[in-house]
Design a protein around this ligand. Structure first.
Ligand code: SAH
Length: 218
């Protein structure tokens, strides 16, 4: 017998995700935890993926793209150490979920998506959810957005062979950038800090993101 539940207890599923996938694995920033408890991931996944909305994995969102695993979204957000007055740049809007999480932590989020239909869908979705501190732009995010920067924090949600130089240049002194770097099956998450007189690059762990396209892509 097919006993599909008629509806899901999203609140319970989301809190379960936060406890078991995030806090249990070391996510500690209370602001990030609150953001992950607040943003409704099920609003960002395709209808046929709804039952997996809070699972511990990335999910396809169409056009060969994915919404990242909740842990990765939370950890990248935590690594950026965002303050309430910060402006954050995201490269690779996808569904808009990561941007929505960042919008809970920052003053403003600028997110750039290369695929027009995804950019438009994300914009509509975020608007309909009443989130007004995110600007979705369509274009090659590897080039950054010279008119909006520089930024306190930059997050790249697609893998590039190296950190796109325009992004490093659009980072404020004291700013942080987190990005997956490498080829499609050999990527490392890196944290780059601009500390003024020099920069620091920390390699973290292996990840798997879709590839960055455009001038700084593969
Ligand atoms: N952060 C997203 C998931 C990102 S998937 C979420 O929360 O759902 C990576 C996205 O990066 C894809 O949508 C892809 O189209 C986009 N992308 C790839 N190359 C890009 C580029 N050069 N500029 C902007 N977006 C790019």
């Amino acid at each position: 017998m097919n006993k599909e539940p008629k509806s899901f207890d999203w609140y319970k599923l989301r809190n379960h995700m936060v406890e078991n996938q995030l806090i249990a694995r070391g996510i500690y920033d209370p602001h990030v935890i609150r953001a992950m408890r607040t943003v409704k991931r099920h609003k960002f996944v395709p209808i046929d993926m709804l039952s997996k909305a809070y699972d511990d994995e990335p999910l396809p969102i169409g056009l060969g793209q994915t919404i990242s695993q909740p842990y990765i979204v939370a950890h990248m957000s935590e690594l950026l150490r965002i303050s309430p007055n910060d402006t954050v740049l995201e490269v690779g809007t996808g569904s808009g979920y990561q941007a929505a999480v960042l919008s809970q932590l920052a003053n403003h989020v600028i997110t750039v998506e290369s695929i027009a239909s995804l950019a438009n869908e994300a914009k509509e979705r975020l608007q309909s959810m009443g989130i007004h501190n995110i600007s979705v732009l369509q274009g090659d995010g590897g080039l950054g957005t010279p008119h909006h920067g520089p930024y306190e924090a930059i997050i790249v949600s697609a893998a590039a062979p190296e950190i796109p130089e325009p992004l490093m240049l659009q980072l404020k002194i004291g700013g942080r950038l987190v990005a997956p770097i490498g080829q499609s099956n050999d990527q490392t998450l890196v944290l780059y800090k601009n500390i003024g007189y020099r920069s620091v690059l920390k390699k973290l762990y292996a990840v798997r993101f879709v590839s960055l396209t455009g001038e700084w892509g593969l």
